[in-house]
Design a protein around this ligand. Structure first.
Ligand code: 4GS
Length: 245
């Protein structure tokens, strides 16, 4: 997959994308990443990328010309143009899986108060937010998307890491995990995990994941079908799950 990033701060991308799994994916040719300075697509002496909002008000906007010119230079009919903006759809694992199927992503990082509306309307195929908070610019959001997408590319994860995706793929938080020692400062690992009874361990883990999700992230369960095993249990046994603590 190819990912191009349009940003005013290319220097921010050195480091996070040069390590670990993303580094390996790039070295293996699974990911072709280019970081492009939006100022390269200006023509005036000051390389102007922003301007004041019509109608007044505080702050500056990203002007449309350099962005349109860059996207038209870098894009092909196969390119998916994505704006990083707090007004976008909230990025999640399902969207990461969608994007991992694409041939070419072009991530456009927001700065200042945002984009001239014509960029949203006439250039973007999609708009993504990484969460409801205000950052200084869209570089970190772009890196978050690149990270989540890259690890899903076939061959990016070693076999030992592949299982990690499985856990969130059923839409629940992870169950608690323990490693040695079996007792640490008097705190014992749950007996069942030492039992060697794999069916019982699997049941315990599923129940823990569900309970933890219910307590910490009920939004993940709301309106979402339970995993098949839990759904069967729910149908076969007593009263429906209590929603309050
Ligand atoms: C986000 C976000 C963001 C908003 C860009 C203020 C500069 C900044 N972009 N997810 N202007 N959260 N962007 O905070 O994507």
């Amino acid at each position: 997959m190819k990912i191009d990033v349009l940003t005013l701060f290319p220097g921010m991308f050195a480091g996070p994308l040069d390590e670990s799994i993303i580094r390996r994916a790039r070295d293996k040719g699974l990911l072709e990443l280019r970081i492009i300075n939006l100022r390269d697509y200006t023509h005036d002496r000051h390389q102007t990328v922003d301007d004041r909002p019509f109608g007044g008000g505080p702050g500056m906007l990203m002007k449309p010309e350099p962005i349109f010119e860059a996207v038209e230079a870098l894009g092909t009919p196969e390119t998916k143009v994505i704006l990083m903006t707090p007004a976008g759809r909230l990025f999640n694992q399902a969207i990461a899986r969608e994007l991992a199927q694409e041939k070419h992503l072009l991530l456009v990082c927001g700065s200042y108060e945002g984009f001239d509306e014509r960029v949203h309307e006439h250039l973007a195929d999609d708009e993504l937010s990484i969460g409801d908070y205000v950052l200084t610019n869209g570089a970190l959001p772009a890196m978050v998307v690149i990270d989540a997408v890259t690890r899903l590319l076939p061959g990016a994860l070693g076999d030992d890491q592949s299982a990690v995706e499985e856990s969130f793929s059923h839409g629940l938080l992870e169950c608690p995990h323990y490693t040695r020692p079996a007792e640490f400062r008097g705190w014992k690992v749950p007996e069942v995990l030492l039992s060697g009874n794999h069916a019982e361990i699997a049941r315990w883990r599923a129940a823990q994941a569900l309970e933890r999700t219910r307590r910490r992230r009920p939004d993940l369960l709301a309106g979402q079908a339970l995993p098949a095993a839990e759904e069967r249990k729910r149908r076969s046994k007593g009263p429906p799950p209590q929603e309050k603590e």
